[in-house]
Design a protein around this ligand. Structure first.
Ligand code: ZN
Length: 334
């Protein structure tokens, strides 16, 4: 344990806390600015295992704020998770690092094994919505973090206990549509936000009973300032308040990178699976979602009624698949 001597000497951690850190597995969704900084801190702190998920390759414009990557990684367009794993393994050979070069939506169908915590290191609200659903379904806490220009937000979220992401940001759909714009990010903002995220993560791993699941921390890096707000769970939240009638938004929303999104009320995953079998569409199903392929398109249908359409060019194309899916769902439930 001598490697972690300086951390063990911190009274809040001690030998017992360090042992808890060394037994923990953390899933990091997104391996960009926040993901690389947070992964490095967890690996240096002695975490047992990190799982990294990100579909992208390293680009030159990433180097200004994404640690672990070099000019050579950008020149050879290496997958971010591959480049990150190599550097992390050089930092700590004892940490187990598992990588998936895909979106979290695709990785949902992987077996992750025992997870203690998830870190939201994504840069868009569509991915965050999937994280929120996943954590609600599997009763897993996550640490939300975001960076934009010179301001950041960090919050420990436990959707089954405290407010979920939809309670915090009721206008998620609008945020998704705005999220497509490329925002600037001030270089020192990223480690400031990432350190706050990892601080909450380690505190949860060491002393889960002391966590508060209703505190939003706003961090400002220019000029330096911090504020904390208390956020309540919403009685009418369409995501985490299951007793409430879920809000039916039959509209098709276009999110980042030609991903379309629809919310259908009262969806049954088994009905979706039956629909796939009927049409011979290859599909995968778990407790949270069904994902199926038709030609070049992929559709992920979540238990809460959220449906994501990938590979579609227009809303009209989405509407065609949607109509056929809805007809099948109505027929099989009547
Ligand atoms: Zn909620």
């Amino acid at each position: 344990m001598t490697r972690y001597d300086r951390q063990i000497r911190v009274p809040a951690i001690g030998r017992t806390g360090q042992e808890k850190i060394q037994q923990a597995t953390v899933l990091i969704v997104g391996c960009g600015a926040l993901g690389t900084y947070s992964a490095e801190q967890l690996v240096r702190a002695g975490i047992k295992k990190v799982i990294l998920i990100d579909p992208d390759v390293v680009e030159e414009t990433n180097l200004q704020r994404q640690t672990l990557f070099t000019e050579a990684d950008a020149r050879s367009a290496r997958p971010k998770v591959v480049a990150a794993k190599e550097k992390l393994q050089q930092i700590n050979t004892q940490t187990e690092i598992e990588i998936f070069q895909e979106t979290f939506d695709q990785a949902l169908f992987r077996e992750f094994g025992q997870l203690d915590l998830l870190l939201d290191c994504t840069d868009n609200f569509l991915a965050r919505q999937v994280i929120n659903e996943y954590c609600l379904q599997f009763e897993l806490p996550f640490i939300f973090a975001s960076c934009a220009s010179t301001s950041g937000q960090v919050m420990a979220v436990h959707p089954t206990i405290g407010p979920c992401l939809q309670c915090i940001f009721p206008q998620l759909h609008e945020l998704e549509e705005k999220g497509c714009e490329t925002l600037g990010v001030f270089t020192p903002l990223v480690p400031l936000v990432s350190s706050s995220q990892v601080s909450l993560a380690l505190r949860y791993l060491v002393a889960p009973e002391k966590m508060r699941w209703d505190q939003m921390h706003l961090l400002e890096s220019w000029p330096l300032a911090q504020q904390t707000f208390t956020i309540k769970k919403r009685a009418d939240c369409p995501v985490c308040q299951t007793a409430q009638q879920k809000i039916a938004t039959q509209q098709i929303f276009e999110a980042c990178g030609k991903v379309f999104q629809v919310t259908l009320p009262k969806i049954s995953l088994q009905q979706v699976a039956d629909f796939c079998q009927l049409h011979d569409y290859p599909y995968q199903k778990n407790a949270l979602a069904v994902q199926f392929r038709l030609n070049e398109q992929t559709v992920t249908s979540f238990k809460n009624g959220q449906v994501l359409f990938y590979g579609y060019q227009t809303k009209t194309q989405v509407a065609q698949t949607l109509t056929s899916l809805q007809t099948a769902l109505q027929t099989s439930s009547s």
